[in-house]
Every structure is written in C-alpha cells, then in structure tokens.
Design a protein around this ligand. Structure first.
Ligand code: ATP
Ligand code: MG
Length: 382
C-alpha cells in the first residue's frame, strides 16, 4: 500500500519507519520545496504532487500549516485522513476554540483579537497575566506574547498588529488572548480512531515544557483521577471531527480539573514515548488507522520517559550504556533550540526510572536538557 504524507520532517520519518514492517510504502511531500521526497533519505523524486496523490492509497499530514490548495487537492481524492477540516481546525486556534465550545469541552477563557480595542477589553475581562497567541502559524511556543503589565500594551500591540496585517483575504490572520492558567502540571492524551469509529487510547502523559517547548514526557505515573476527563474530551472531539488517525490533546491540570490547551490532528511529540512504552506506537497506529487496518494495543508496556534533544549536533554516545534507553535521531541540520532527536528511557518502576534519569544527568547538561534534570530530581524525592 502507498502512503503519502504532507510534510517531510521527523514525524513523517517516524511514520515511515513504523509503516515499513506493515508493508506500507511511505513518501513525503516537502511543502517548503514543493517536491516529493523519501522521508528518510530526503532523496527527491521526479513525480509531481498530483501524481503522488493519484498513486497513493491513503494520504495524511504531519503538521497543520499546509497551503489551502494542497489540502483541497488531497481532500478531492477522498483518500485524505484525518481530512481537511481536522487539519484546518488544528492549524487555527480560533477554529479549535469553536470546536471545544461546540463539544462542551473546557478550555482556558479566551477572546479573539483583530483590533487594539479587543486587546484592552481582553485585559479587562480576562484579567492579567494574559497569554496572547497568533491563531495561525504558531508552534513550539513561537508566535506568543506574555502580557503581565499594562505598560507592555503598546509594544506587544505593534507586534500583534504586524501579524494581523500580514494576513491575506484568503488566509486572514487573527490573534487570541487567553487567561494565563496557573496549572499544577500539563498532561496530554494521544489516541487513534479507525474508519469504523473504534477508538484506542494511550495512557495519559505528563509533560514538561521549558520556554514553551516540550522538553520531557513521562507515561506511567498514577493519573486515574484525570483519565476519565481526558478520555471524554478525546471521544467528543474525535467523534465531532469524524476523525481517522492519531489525535493528540494537550491539557492543563488545575487541582484535578482538566482544561484543554490545544489539539494536534496528528502524531505528537508527547506521544514519542509510545515507541518503547507500548506494544503499538502512535506512529504505527496512525499508519494502521489511515490504511484501514485494525488498531494496535495502546496499553502501557513499560513506564517510559521521553527526553527531547534540542539544538544539539548529536546525542552523546556515552548515554547508550543506560539499559532500556533508545536513541531516536532525526537527521536534520542543527539550529539553536531545534528538535534534533529524542531519547526514550523505560523502567519497571518510577524509582528505577528516576535512577536511570539520574545516571543520564552525569553525561548530559542541565542547560541543554532542563526537563531531564527536573524529572530526575522530582521523581527521586517522591
Ligand atoms: P506546541 O505546538 O509545541 O504544542 P504551541 O506553540 O502550539 O506549542 P501552546 O501549546 O499553545 O503552543 O503553548 C506552549 C506552552 O506555553 C504550553 O505548553 C504551556 O506551557 C504554555 N501556555 C500556553 N498557553 C497557556 C495559558 N493559557 N496559560 C498558561 N500557560 C500557557
Ligand atoms: Mg502545545
């Protein structure tokens, strides 16, 4: 079976690696260069996007910010999962909030902003501090402002206005202001829905962000009080979108109540731990769902931590002596702060995991792996 993925980054790479044993041949469309490429080697193929769509048995996407005409072309083929509407919703915070409101799933109080007076009324009605986000084009904490004091209004507004003005009639730019949520922690649910409406959910993941970027995820901590809320939200959202594939939902946990932060209509960084922590990874389950195959087992096999490797030229080989550690390298050109790879570490107990993470702190620096150091120290205290 031939699978075409829109986007040629690490998520396409890992979907391709998961699809190969299932006899799924994956090619990727690099939206930047407008070419069809091999998702592992980057080799450029001569076929056009139209030809790749024609040859594909199923089409999917690894990210949300895809030109509208490309989404329309894929949509017209009737082979595109989770489909144009789901991708559009995940790529626009205003559509995302409208979906949450429609399905009665709780999220942070918010206001949409298209002119300066809206910013002033957001400050009045939501209070300070505010987290202000571009509705389109943001990722990894980019396209965001934190407003804590009125004296920031003019500076932040001029940047917001520049974003709004850079929109076009076809792709208008809007902004959202959210109340800054004093959360206890962040968690996410990853799950898959197949073409018949069957749903398989992974256990909740606890996530640590540093400067807006995910640095660490841990699965296997006690979360039974939150699971039902997360599962309910997932089912409502996935059913409303008639979703096929893997979907991720990020939440804030405030004293046991979950508020949705955002929805990702794709495999997600906070689900990378499933490669070693579960029988069937999120990548394999996404491939299975879109290919019309039965979903795989999503139960926890091992307590697992995932540590992102940001802006490093390589993963230090010294850490490979830690048992049950797996290195995943994306083969990208290094840039400061860029997601270059990740490390999964599995254990039988949280104590054992803490010991392994502590071992890692001997070879990795706190500056480059902040989530690791936090988790190692917090898990050891408990
Ligand atoms: P990514 O695509 O990597 O998930 P993003 O750029 O889409 O990130 P968000 O997930 O919206 O951005 O925000 C990044 C992080 O900023 C969140 O994980 C959270 O730590 C913090 N954050 C976002 N919104 C709020 C809020 N309303 N209150 C408190 N913290 C917030
Ligand atoms: Mg996020």
């Amino acid at each position: 079976m031939n699978i075409l993925i829109l986007g040629a980054g690490q998520l396409a790479r890992m979907m391709s690696l998961a699809g190969a044993p299932l006899n799924l041949n994956v090619i990727a469309f690099d939206v930047g260069s407008n070419s069809i490429v091999h998702p592992l080697t980057g080799e450029i193929y001569t076929q056009t996007l139209e030809q790749a769509i024609e040859n594909a048995d199923a089409i999917t996407a690894e990210f949300e910010h895809i030109p509208d005409d490309v989404l329309t072309l894929c949509s017209q083929s009737n082979k595109f999962y989770p489909g144009k509407a789901a991708i559009k919703t995940g790529g626009d915070r205003a559509l995302e909030k409208a979906l949450l409101d429609k399905t009665h799933v709780k999220c942070a109080p918010y206001q949409l902003i298209t002119e300066k007076s809206h910013l002033l009324s957001a400050i009045n009605e939501l209070g300070k501090p505010l987290v202000i986000k571009t509705c389109q084009a943001g990722y990894d904490g980019k396209g965001q402002w934190r407003l804590t004091d009125e004296n920031q209004i003019d500076t932040i507004w001029s940047q917001m206005d520049a974003f709004i003005q850079s929109g076009t009639e076809l792709q208008p730019h809007t902004i959202i202001a959210e109340k800054m949520i004093p959360f206890d922690r962040e968690v996410s649910i990853i799950g898959a829905r197949d073409k018949h409406g069957n749903i398989a959910l992974y256990p909740l993941t606890e996530n640590e962000h540093t400067n807006g970027v995910l640095t660490l995820s841990i699965a296997g901590k006690e979360m039974s009080a939150l699971t039902q809320q997360a599962n309910d939200a997932f089912i409502k959202i996935a059913e409303e979108l008639d979703y096929v594939g893997v979907l991720a939902i990020e939440f804030f946990d405030i004293s046991g109540t979950l508020l949705v932060n955002e929805i990702a209509p794709r495999v997600h960084n906070s689900g990378h731990w499933t490669q070693q922590g579960c029988h069937c990874s999120q990548f394999e389950n996404h491939m299975r769902a879109i290919a019309g195959l039965p979903l795989g087992n999503t139960e926890l096999k091992h307590i697992t931590a995932m540590i992102n490797v940001l802006g490093q030229a390589a993963i230090p080989t010294a850490i490979l002596h830690v048992s049950d550690l797996t290195s995943h390298w994306y083969g990208k050109t290094v840039k400061p702060g860029r997601k270059m790879g990740h490390i999964n570490v599995s254990a039988n107990t949280l104590n054992e995991l803490a010991e392994k993470l502590s071992l890692l702190t001997e070879d990795l620096t706190q500056e480059s792996y902040p989530g690791l150091f936090k988790a190692a120290s917090e898990l050891l205290i408990k």
